[in-house]
Design a binder for this molecule. Structure first.
Ligand code: NAP
Length: 304
């Protein structure tokens, strides 16, 4: 996501320091990277040694955007080091802080019922940061992206997993099986819209501190609607078959079944009204437009 966020921050006039292990390069080249100071820190051993927070504080940032916090202990460690030192802290969460959808579109104010370690930890981090911020102890904002897509990502497919063969089958007019009635939902977002949300939250800091925002496209897709759209991009009618979950899961690899289960058990469908209102979030991409760009990137990469 930094591939999209860092250039946007530079273009907004921020002086940017990027902290990573320097193991990966941006998904897309951009001249803005020349203006970015690279700082090499491996968070995992630094946290184990209890030095990570102090290393970040020593950089004397005005704002910190934490893209890779996955445990409450990790969040507490960083907050302890940065308390009183920064003007704004942005945490990258996930829409999986919600468990299964109930009233949809889901709003940020609905009670959290997360499941799975990832969602449970992210919900605990969110609750902790909101508590700290709302008591005036720490200037935190939570941004919760949906399923991120865009050039650089193999998109989450219409069967709810990551095997790109589903796209190939739809493009070739082959039959594709979907679980249940194909009416469960996915909620994608383009990585550049996520980057836009972070820059908007920074710019609207006085509204954003102590708040959480969904960062998704304007509307979720059903598996079925998504599959039909993909087939249509290739001039095909979608040949879809619907199988009860217990039958469907036997038709794919165990890791695919697990990914699909995780996605359809959440069936996210999140509202962006609050982000639109408070931080002027204005996504450029619908779910299908975002997936299409991602898929075009992946298809081009196959031909190189
Ligand atoms: N992917 C999704 O669909 C999705 C959806 C919702 C929310 N999210 C959230 O998005 C956030 C980031 O996701 P992402 O997909 O952008 O992650 P990512 O592609 O894995 O990027 C992580 C970044 O952090 C750096 N990094 C990784 N481990 C590190 C370490 N131990 N120490 C220092 N730097 C490290 C990586 O660079 P180096 O490897 O060079 O260190 C990279 O720049 C996470 O908080 C995740 O929960 C993701």
């Amino acid at each position: 996501m930094g591939s999209y966020l860092v250039p946007r921050l530079v273009e907004s006039g921020h002086e940017v320091l990027q902290v990573s292990r320097q193991q990966r390069s941006p998904y897309q080249p951009h001249g803005a990277w020349k203006q970015v100071r690279q700082v090499s820190i491996d968070r995992t051993p630094a946290e184990e040694a209890g030095t990570f927070g102090d290393q970040i504080a020593a950089l004397q940032p005005d704002a910190v955007i934490d893209m890779i916090c996955f445990t409450l202990a990790s969040a507490r460690h960083l907050v302890a080091a940065l308390r009183g030192q920064i003007r704004h802290f942005l945490h990258c969460g996930t829409i999986w802080v919600h468990g299964p959808s109930s009233l949809v579109p889901t709003t940020e104010s609905q009670p959290r019922h997360p499941f799975g370690d990832y969602g449970i930890q992210k919900a605990a981090i969110e609750a902790y940061l909101l508590e700290e911020a709302q008591r005036g102890h720490f200037p935190a904002t939570n941004l919760h992206p949906g399923h991120i897509v865009g050039p650089g990502w193999v998109p989450l497919n219409p069967a709810g997993h990551f095997n790109p063969q589903v796209f190939v089958d739809l493009a070739n007019g082959e039959e594709v099986a979907l679980p249940n009635l194909g009416m469960e939902t996915l909620h994608h977002v383009h990585a550049d819209d996520v980057a836009h949300a972070f820059t908007q939250a920074l710019a609207h800091w006085s509204s954003a501190i102590g708040e959480s925002y969904h960062v998704v496209s304007p509307a979720a897709v059903t598996l079925r609607g998504y599959a039909e759209a993909v087939a249509g991009w290739f001039g095909r009618p979608a040949r879809l078959r619907y199988l009860p979950w217990d039958v469907w899961r036997q038709s794919v690899r165990p890791e695919e079944a697990q990914a699909t289960w995780d996605h359809i058990a959440h069936s996210p469908h999140c509202s962006i009204d609050k982000a639109r209102r408070q931080i002027a979030y204005s996504p450029r991409y619908s779910s299908l437009q975002a997936v299409r760009e991602s898929l075009d990137w992946w298809l081009a990469a196959q031909q190189r």
